[in-house]
Design a protein around this ligand. Structure first.
Ligand SMILES: Cc1cc2nc3c(=O)[nH]c(=O)nc-3n(C[C@H](O)[C@H](O)[C@H](O)COP(=O)(O)O)c2cc1C
Length: 317
């Protein structure tokens, strides 16, 4: 498979991004992915600037290859994180952004030689990102783990490809080389995967969380937060079921008040990733969790996915 000029410009061997997952994607995981030829991305999530900086320093100490940082624009620390990224501009190749419009930061990132790649869930947002100067977009379907949009990857990716001139990277529901090949057939130039990297050997995710992903079947995920307007795909567990029950009850009221739910959800990803708490943790994962059967190194994951996609796309099989 020939890499497109854009993917080559990122210095990649494989056109595969490891999604910048809050709490999960630290400097160590990002460096392992980058060392193996993909694009490792540190997930800043809601972390303060100094925490993100420590992860950037870790990644820098472990790899000379390009890596990225994902900025959650809704984070109260987004401004600080952007400052930290700009201070480390010599080693950061890419910034991906979630939950909003990075427009006000684009000029500074570009002046620093950092490519800006927002994650989008609709054609309208993709078009807006192109207008504000994004270098590419990640079109992410609702099969994905974590916060999701409304459209499926199968429907979203070709419509975004038709709507913008900048490169499109597909995300959501890509679990192996078949998914990657399909994404390329839809017009994507690369893929971003999150769920499969949750169980990478280099991922710090708690063993209970990894076990839950490895045990998952096709219908093991559910979407919480839909009524409150911030849907998230998670593995079904006690916490998710309790959340949905409360959420539905609240939504039926004349004046729904989601404060209690906010409280319940607050810190729940940390409790899953760090504590492996199955009672109160949100085990965010995508629908492809049912396809993930073993823990592998980041390098093995990248090779497996790429080689299978390459065979399929070149008709070598
Ligand atoms: C645990 C978890 C946390 C995530 N956190 C973020 C995040 O902070 N920012 C973001 O843009 N995407 C986040 N994502 C989405 C991933 O970066 C990636 O786009 C998505 O997982 C791809 O779909 P897949 O799960 O089907 O592979 C998260 C996904 C998971 C599973």
């Amino acid at each position: 498979m020939e890499l497109t000029p854009f993917m080559k410009s990122l210095g990649l061997k494989y056109p595969i991004f490891q999604g910048g997952m809050a709490w999960v994607a630290d400097g160590k995981l990002a460096a392992a992915v980058s060392n193996a030829g993909g694009l490792g991305i540190i997930g800043a999530g809601n972390a303060p600037g100094d925490v993100v900086e420590a992860e950037i320093k870790t990644a820098k100490s472990l790899t000379d290859r390009p890596f990225g940082v994902n900025v959650m624009l809704l984070s109260p620390y987004a401004e600080d994180v952007v400052k930290v990224i700009l201070a480390h501009q010599d080693s950061i190749a890419v910034v991906t952004t979630g939950a909003g419009n990075p427009g006000k930061y684009v000029a500074d990132f570009k002046a620093a030689g950092i490519k800006v790649i927002p994650v989008v869930g609709s054609v309208a947002l993709a078009r807006m990102m192109e207008r504000v100067g994004a270098d590419a977009v990640v079109a992410e379907g609702m099969e994905s783990g974590g916060h999701i949009g409304k459209l499926t990857t199968m429907a979203l990716v070709p419509q975004v490809v038709d709507a913008v001139k900048i490169p499109v990277i597909a995300a959501g529901g890509i679990g192996d080389g078949r998914g990657m090949a399909a994404a390329f057939m839809l017009g994507a130039q690369g893929v971003q995967m999150g769920t499969r990297f949750l169980v990478a050997t280099e991922s710090k995710v708690h063993p209970n969380y990894k076990k839950a992903v490895l045990k998952a079947k096709d219908a093991s995920t559910m979407v919480t937060g839909d009524f409150a307007g911030h849907p998230s795909r998670v593995l079904k567990n006690k916490m998710a079921k309790k959340y949905i029950k409360l959420e539905k009850a609240e939504a039926l009221k004349d004046k729904p008040d989601f404060a209690e739910l906010e409280e319940l959800g607050s810190g729940s990803l940390r409790r899953a990733v760090i504590d492996g708490d199955t009672a109160t943790g949100s085990f965010m994962a995508g629908e492809i969790a049912g396809m993930v059967h073993k823990e592998q190194s980041a390098a093995e994951i990248l090779q497996d996915v790429y080689q299978q996609a390459d065979k399929l796309l070149s008709g070598k099989d």
